[in-house]
Design a protein around this ligand. Structure first.
Ligand SMILES: Nc1ncnc2c1ncn2[C@@H]1O[C@H](COP(=O)(O)OP(=O)(O)OP(=O)(O)O)[C@@H](O)[C@H]1O
Length: 363
């Protein structure tokens, strides 16, 4: 059985809520997606008390969904309606963050620069898991190694991974409850939505709340003087991309893809979105390009070869880099020390990419 959105809705609609209504009748489920083995949705309740009352039902729902074939992860976030105190997401422990992200956006006249930040570069991908966050962290440290002042904003609201990849876990401080002090790692000034959440906590915001959160991350973080701010976007073509391009004066976007056809198809959509948002596409990066056997030096193209180059040519955008597939890349990312900090073929590929951006006059 393929688990679709409809299958999930069918499974959960009958659960009884504390007020006696069924989940289906109460119409609380929002933004339900099934992405591979992951089910995500929001339970939108009236206020924080209702959110607390619904927690046991949420657990039963989660258990039921995890019994469905192929479902490995269920992310449920309970949100209170606008104006009410925000509820914690499922699985969270302890106190809520002192700085609340995700409020409504304030009015602003078109995309704004960030004071002190010369260039904002978005790193996007059409598909999840192609290595966009890995590319962003490695590019950030390469640019920093090249002597530039670099910032990194992890705006991957649904799966922030930069804290782990950059090896930071501190909760950012605020001197006044308004401004947010960024953290520093490997010569990069960074901030992640993940640093405002408890471990394992997920956030699902939509529309205006998402826009408000993006605006806060861009404008309330004390970025200081930066040559370049890299923004690690969620995969796909959603509200975050839209918010970013509407709120911030983005210099351009880099699209990461693997050479596989399916990833390329999605990359094309991502490029099309940036074109529609009038954000220049600076080029594409092929990640997991070639696997070089560490024992015998044999080269294998696990995800195909040359796909991104051909696509970039067809779309008339530069191919900026081909990053090899290497176990060490993942190990380095998992250990919080991006591989581009050391020397080797992957670090060289990132150094080239950094040089290309500098050569393009981007930074
Ligand atoms: N060149 C590479 N060689 C080996 N492993 C890699 C490479 N690039 C990325 N990875 C690994 O692949 C996994 C997915 O990478 P990453 O999280 O950067 O993808 P993503 O596109 O940002 O995904 P998502 O947007 O879904 O969060 C990670 O475990 C990462 O360490």
């Amino acid at each position: 059985m393929t688990v679709t959105r409809e299958v999930v809705l069918g499974e959960i609609s009958g659960f009884t809520l504390p007020d006696g209504r069924s989940l289906g009748e109460a119409d609380l489920v929002r933004a339900l997606t099934v992405d591979g083995g992951t089910v995500r949705f929001v339970l939108e309740v009236a206020d924080a008390a209702a959110a607390r009352a619904i927690a046991p039902v949420e657990e039963e729902v989660r258990r039921r969904l995890l019994e469905l074939p192929g479902i490995e992860k269920v992310q449920i976030v309970t949100t209170a309606a606008a104006g009410a105190a925000p509820a914690r997401s499922s699985g969270g422990q302890g106190q809520a963050p002192s700085l609340k992200l995700g409020g409504h956006p304030t009015a602003q006249a078109g995309p704004q620069p960030i004071p002190g930040v010369r260039h904002i570069i978005a790193v996007g991908s059409g598909k999840g898991g192609v290595g966009k966050s890995t590319v962003t962290s490695n590019l950030a440290v390469s640019l920093a190694r090249a002597g530039l002042k670099v910032g990194l904003l992890d705006a991957d609201i649904y799966g922030p991974s930069q804290p782990q990849m950059m090896g930071v876990s501190e909760r950012p401080a605020s001197p006044d409850g308004q401004r947010i002090e960024p953290l520093h790692a490997h010569g990069v000034t960074m901030m992640s939505i993940g640093l405002m959440l408890k471990p394992g906590e997920a956030v699902v915001w939509r529309g205006p709340m998402l826009m408000g959160a993006m605006q806060q991350l861009l404008q309330q973080v004390m970025w200081g003087e930066l040559d370049i701010l890299l923004i690690d976007l969620p995969p796909g073509t959603g509200d975050v991309q839209l918010s970013l391009c509407q709120k911030a004066a983005v210099t351009g976007a880099i699209i990461v893809s693997t050479p596989q056809d399916v990833a390329l198809l999605d990359a094309r959509r991502a490029i099309d979105m940036f074109v529609k948002l009038k954000t220049p596409v600076l080029g594409m990066v092929e990640n997991m390009s070639v696997y070089v056997c560490p024992n015998c030096g044999h080269e294998a193209h696990l995800f195909g070869h040359g796909g991104v180059r051909a696509e970039a040519e067809a779309l008339g955008v530069p191919l900026l880099a081909e990053i090899p597939l290497q176990l060490e890349v993942r190990l380095a990312a998992d250990s919080g020390r991006p591989i581009a900090l050391d020397d080797g073929i992957v670090a060289d590929a990132y150094a080239d990419l950094a040089r290309k951006l500098v050569g393009m006059g981007i930074v």
